[in-house]
Design a protein around this ligand. Structure first.
Ligand code: PEP
Ligand code: MG
Length: 755
């Protein structure tokens, strides 16, 4: 069996000489293919480079027809070369022409070669081209040869990435490195942002790829691995990591991987082929990333992410860089690109320069998404491999509304987005003008507009929107973005600051709504089949009142001498409300006994979001000081359609007859009992939906700050009297339609109401 001539070490040393020679890029490529073919005893060696349009162009060859260079083109997925690029996996065939994907190109003269070995040219998991060797005879390529070709491909990847081949691209056919990418992910925070990429944790640039002395590289690798293990052990032993629960489990798995023999062996093997320790780590990392991109099983993907994380740590150790980069000054119009990011890290950046955020991970309910929304930074999550596809300084557009990202956009795409951003800015300007106008309908009905909030960064929104207060302060957000359970005094400090900054405008604090999708990393997680229907919110508060009582104390103390409004989430029965009220009364009495000044007044309200309350409406409206409708949960429970499940979340329309009748029954019962009622779920912040709610009789809404302008513009054009009549009629004779949305939209058009 034929093997590599002189071994991989010799090949790499000769490659280094070619890389260092002062010759043209084409000459360099031409010499490289001759060298590789010679060393691997192959008759053919060819390099295909991925072009901007996704096709693969022959850039150099030894053995095939030279005239075919820059002429032969494989479309994406076409032929064996296209297959390798798509799968990002090596392919070794002893009889290539019988492979179903084989595609014959007469200009290359390759018909005489039977065996074929191709490997992807990978960088950061992204395919940049394909490197191929071929032999006339039918033969099997050895593991060692495959390994050797992959190592060589890595060096080519660096050459392509460094821009070395740009000048060789035929006009209009730039190489894939610069190709525009349209990434589809999920929306985390609304808005459109244009700017240039800043990598949250930039890739460590490896300058030295080829080892002088492989034995000492193995030692360097071993030392770095040992250091990495120690640092992970320390991380686990640190007091701030909860000793139980999921967080610790994740870290334990991480530690297990740091000891994974297969992974470590792979890196050692690659070092033995002649690469430096850091180049070996990167090569194995690139393979891991390529696998990760093609992995659909979320568990395996997560584990591959762990390996990727470990590789980053190793690289930093080897390159003498601290783990965790110092926050650098952001340039103007920065779009931050990260694999994942904690909320605190985002808050560290200069908000004034930040135009957008792109994450490889992160769903809409992740903490980072909550903070991005609060800061008004357009953000998109789940953009696969974003950190490898984007280079620092690249033009990037974040479309937070559509959940899409444009990387290195073509001018026409960029212009379209600039128009979109201008249009939004113009609308915002119109809404700003409305700021000083009262929220009163055309026929003189005043409507109360408040904002939803949860963090201190939300507070300037009251002033910016001229809202009359905060109708829903989600206290769990402080808990969700914290590293540890906030102490009672930390809670009190936040509530105090919120009340101070609200400057006398009412703030409705909702007690902790945790559980379900709202998980605290430092708290022991209870495994439940259906967490949304499980042990959450007030249920935890009633069963284990310690946390609720501490929070009530913090709220009551912060409210000393002021008017306080507190509301309770997920109340399902009047009895639950009464029991919770007892706990509040007990805390009030306790504080009085301890000599604390009480709030000037205290109103205790109920979130109406569990449908059972619809059948105890008269009683709850009599008992509670106010009601607030959480339409997000109410709709999910009313229709039995998980709000987090994309398949069913939009299946039922809140503007359907059943939902509108349910909502009408609440406002009627509240007005009967003279109990104030607000809508604080997302339905109340959408102009058409809010119009319908006003038609049903609602007069108070709490919504995201961005929704105030559009809702105010809508209601100022509204004639409530006429709307009420028409809506009543629609609800009386709906003709079995799934939703009244079309009729309501037609009504809005007829009334010339902007929705
Ligand atoms: C709701 O359920 O509508 C609501 C306002 O609360 P959350 O979205 O926080 O569950
Ligand atoms: Mg809710």
């Amino acid at each position: 069996m034929r093997g590599a001539l002189g071994g991989p070490g010799v090949l790499l040393r000769r490659l280094r000489e070619v890389m260092a020679a002062s010759i043209s890029p084409q000459e360099r490529l031409d010499r490289l293919v001759v060298l590789i073919a010679g060393n691997l005893v192959a008759e053919v060696c060819s390099v295909y480079v991925l072009r901007e349009d996704g096709s693969l162009e022959l850039y150099a060859t030894e053995g095939l027809n030279r005239e075919a260079v820059h002429l032969t083109l494989m479309r994406a997925g076409e032929g064996l070369v296209g297959l390798i690029a798509r799968e990002a996996e090596p392919l070794a065939l002893s009889d290539a022409q019988n492979h179903p994907a084989f595609s014959y190109r007469p200009e290359t003269g390759e018909e005489i070669y039977r065996s074929f070995l191709g490997v992807p040219i990978l960088r950061g998991g992204a395919v940049m081209g394909v490197l191929v060797i071929q032999n006339r005879a039918t033969r099997l390529y050895s593991e060692e040869e495959i390994e050797s070709l992959q190592t060589t491909a890595m060096i080519m990847a660096e050459m392509i990435a460094a821009g070395g081949l740009k000048s060789l691209a035929p006009p209009g056919a730039s190489i894939g490195l610069d190709r525009p990418i349209h990434g589809i992910g999920v929306s985390l925070a609304d808005g459109v942002g244009l700017g240039h990429a800043v990598l949250h944790e930039p890739r460590v640039a490896i300058t030295n790829l080829i080892a002088e002395n492989p034995a000492s590289e193995v030692k360097r690798l071993e030392a770095a691995i040992a250091e990495m293990r120690t640092s992970i052990d320390e991380l686990l032993e640190r007091g701030d990591v909860a000793h139980t629960g999921e967080h610790r489990e994740v870290l334990e798995t991480f530690r297990m991987f740091a000891h994974d023999q297969g992974w470590l062996r792979r890196m050692r093997e690659v070092v033995m082929t002649g690469l430096t320790a850091e180049a070996a780590v990167e090569r194995v990392q690139s393979d891991t990333r390529a696998k990760m991109l093609r992995q659909t099983d979320p568990y395996l993907r997560e584990r591959l992410h762990d390996l990727d994380d470990l590789a980053n740590r190793l690289l930093r150790t080897l390159m003498g860089k601290a783990n965790g980069v110092a926050r650098e000054e952001l340039p103007e119009n920065a779009i931050l690109i990260a694999r994942s990011m904690g909320p605190a890290a985002l808050l560290d950046y200069d908000r004034a320069h930040l135009r957008g955020l792109v994450l490889e991970e992160g769903g809409p309910t992740s903490h980072i998404a909550i903070v991005a929304r609060a800061l008004g930074i357009p953000a998109v999550g789940e953009i696969v491999n974003a950190t490898a596809l984007v280079q620092a300084g690249d033009a990037v557009i974040v479309d937070g509304q559509a959940g899409e990202v444009q990387i290195r956009p073509q001018p026409d795409v960029e212009n379209a987005y600039k128009d979109k951003a201008r249009l939004r800015a113009r609308k915002q300007e119109q809404y700003r003008k409305l700021k000083s106008m009262p929220a009163v309908t055309k026929d003189g009905v005043p409507i109360l507009l408040q904002i939803n909030a949860g963090l201190l960064v939300d507070m300037p929104n009251i002033e910016a929107t001229a809202a009359s207060g905060i109708g829903l302060f989600r206290t769990e957000l402080q808990f969700m973005v914290a590293e540890h359970m906030p102490t009672t005094s930390e809670q009190q400090a936040l509530y105090n600051a919120v009340l101070d900054q609200a400057q006398g405008r009412p703030v409705t604090f909702r007690t902790l709504d945790i559980g379900g999708d709202k998980v605290l990393p430092y708290m022991e997680r209870v495994e439940e089949e259906n967490p949304a229907l499980g042990w959450r919110a007030i249920r935890i508060g009633l069963d284990k009142p310690r946390l609720l009582r501490a929070q009530l104390r913090a709220l009551l103390r912060a409210g000393a001498g002021r008017d306080m409004k507190i509301m309770l989430p997920m109340i399902a029965t009047v009895d639950e409300f009464q029991r919770a009220r007892m706990i509040v009364r007990r805390e009030q009495a306790m504080l009085a006994k301890q000599g604390h000044a009480p709030p000037l007044s205290l109103q205790l309200g109920v979130m109406v979001e569990v449908p059972s309350l619809l059948f105890e409406l008269a009683e709850i409206a009599r008992e509670a000081d106010f009601l607030s409708i959480g339409t997000n949960d109410l709709m999910q429970f009313l229709f039995a359609a998980d709000r987090e499940n994309k398949r069913v979340a939009d299946r039922f329309d809140p503007l359907s007859v059943s939902a509108l009748r349910a909502l009408r029954s609440i406002v009627e019962a509240a007005s009967e009992a003279k109990c104030p009622v607000t809508v604080c779920g997302e339905m109340g912040g959408k102009p058409l939906e809010t119009m319908a709610l006003i038609g049903l009789g609602y007069r108070a809404f709490s919504m995201s700050a961005a929704a105030i302008g559009p809702v105010k513009a809508m209601l100022r054009a509204l004639d409530v009297e006429r709307l009420h009549e028409r809506l009543d009629w629609m609800l009386a004779s709906p003709d079995g339609v799934a939703s009244l949305r079309p009729q309501l939209a037609a009504l809005a058009a007829e009334f010339k109401v902007p929705v």
